[in-house]
Design a protein around this ligand. Sequence first.
Ligand SMILES: Cc1ncc(COP(=O)(O)O)c(C=O)c1O
Length: 462
Amino acid sequence: MSKPLLFSTSVQHQDEKSAMLQKDRRHLIHPQHHPQDHLDPQIWVSGEGVRLTNLEGESFLDGLSGMWNVYVGHGRQELVDVAASQLKTLAFATAYAGSSNQPAIELATTLQRLVYKNIEAFYFTLGGSDATDTSVRTARFYWGAQGRPEKFKVIARRLSYHGSTIGAAAATGVEEFSAVFGPRANGFLHIDSPYPYRFTTTRRDVSPGVAAADLLEEAILREGPESVAAFIAEPVQGGGGGIIIPPPDYFPRIREICDRYDVLLISDEVITGFGRTGRWFALEHWGVEPDIVQFAKGITSGYFPLGGVGVSKAIKEVMDSVEPARRWMHGYTCSAHPVGCAVALANIRILEEESLVERSAILGARLLEQLRPLSELTHVGEVRGLGLLAGVELVEDRASKQRYAESAGIGRKVKEELLSLGLCTRVVDDIICLAPPLVLPEEEIERIALIVRQAIINVTGS
Ligand SMILES: Cc1ncc(COP(=O)(O)O)c(C=O)c1O
């Protein structure tokens, strides 16, 4: 596989880059900050379609849609125009009770048509982490407003990622997100994920999907159903787990268990919402409706920061019927930002007009078809995918599913090799994650699979 065609890396560019990096290293703190990961960073300067260009003029295929979010591709003029026009008309107005704005009203109404049928009303945030906080607070509020304030615990799963605020990090099932930040927020606990490649159970009476879901029932009974407010789960685990797709009977069983013990089901669709998996929202694959759904990323394709939470009719009725003094006392200055809502509406229009949700299902199946033969490689443990969301899990030993030692740095090396071959994406532990824009041209699918194959061979040796 040949290296990507590079434009000349002129001395001027090198000087420009080192001057920028000096300021960057001194004054800019990055998500998951560490200088060791910032020795030779990319400075992105432009994007067009499914490609990103760095300061040196090198062009890369964007294998992760930015940060799992640029669904409609880079450089969409219609989104730029809508944002500019909204900024001119009304750049900002508060949406606190007593005020509203037209784009927010239209967006909530549009979402009511697109998300699960039982979801009635929406609150808009700035991203996914504050959406998690909003969902958790809303679940606790819901039970408290009905005289059950002791119902506050939230059950989540190991290998989940729900964000980086204090609440969202406490829900997150990856220890590193909390370890260095002092005690976790109270009231969060975790059960194992339904990880088909690695989940083991001694139960023989039920399928692995049901056995994994039953861990929720065990946890609820252990804690006492009277103390559990909600179960939060990503339909497909992304950033924490490296694309974990549950067995088809997992979420139907989860729904039954939640109903049995009066536990709200929160679906975290920050990665899976808006067509990423080939359906508008991912629990549709298994015929399940949550009580609360949260989203971000794909709602604006990253052209403006926006997230949100949708709640069921039952929850909305409780919010509407409490005394004013017991109101849902939650709010962000930039909630229902008129520019974010206008951009979201235009982005959703593109998703609908260009049938990108259907396209995600079709192209996703082709991508998986192209990736599946990678399973023949010595160090590929599993290839999996749903819609345009795919994972290739690397292992040291296939027979025992033994992971590489962290010190081997395989994930980092593969990520660098992918980049040197022209594909920019994320590797979670040793799992290559792929989530390209939904506008990916068909001919790029084969190219992605070839690059992934070559990168694995170059790093693992076979
Ligand atoms: C499932 C999920 N929930 C929540 C978040 C947090 O979203 P944000 O980074 O917008 O705060 C993410 C981010 O990747 C996510 O993948």
